[in-house]
Write a protein of this length. Structure first.
Length: 182
């Protein structure tokens, strides 16, 4: 089970004050962790819940793995909700989501690194109102370039860093990829 205190320590240790948006997200994530007993609950819509994202780097090129998100109809990093009965760490949640969505084999010798924080809105649908995802973005390295999409995504693609505009990637993803390369 993911421990909220471990996540709080990880986020509190984020020190990139040069990224004002990530710094604001850091403060919102810490507030969520302090103020709610259920920060991972998918049905907690106010103030939202924690999610985990994988910034999977290509094994040999300066490229990142993207998924075309079925519901949001846009290119994003693989990621999603924490499964409290399955995941033991928040980085493990990001790892699980990447593998489930893309079939990517991740380099077991490379430890995940927190490379981004992003609080963003998710449009409402059916029984879910508009809410916030308090997202932690972790860097992983793929063992090979072989991937295959799942039913959760429309497509997968390796995006070279000079093609961010082609995929209309939001700024938090661009900054996380740059940190992953640096």
């Amino acid at each position: 089970m993911v421990e909220p205190f471990a996540v709080q320590s990880l986020v509190a240790g984020w020190r990139d004050e040069s990224d004002g948006e990530a710094w604001k997200s850091r403060e919102l994530i810490l507030l969520l962790l302090r103020e709610t007993p259920y920060p991972f609950a998918r049905n907690q819509f106010s103030p939202g819940h924690l999610t985990a994202t994988a910034c999977v780097m290509h094994p040999t090129e300066a490229a990142v793995l993207l998924v075309h998100h079925r519901r949001l109809d846009r290119w994003l990093l693989p990621g999603g909700h924490v499964e409290v009965d399955v995941d033991t760490t928040i980085a493990g949640s990001a790892r699980r989501e990447a593998v489930e969505e893309t079939g990517v084999v991740l380099d077991a010798g490379s430890a995940p690194v927190l490379v981004g924080l992003d609080v963003h809105g998710i449009p409402g649908r059916k029984k879910e109102p508009f809410h916030l995802h308090h997202d932690l973005i972790f860097r992983f390295r793929a063992e090979s370039a072989t991937v295959e999409g799942s039913d959760e995504v429309r497509a997968t693609a390796w995006c070279p860093v000079d093609r961010f505009d082609h995929y209309l990637l939001p700024q938090p993803i661009r900054r996380a990829v740059r940190r992953s390369l640096g």
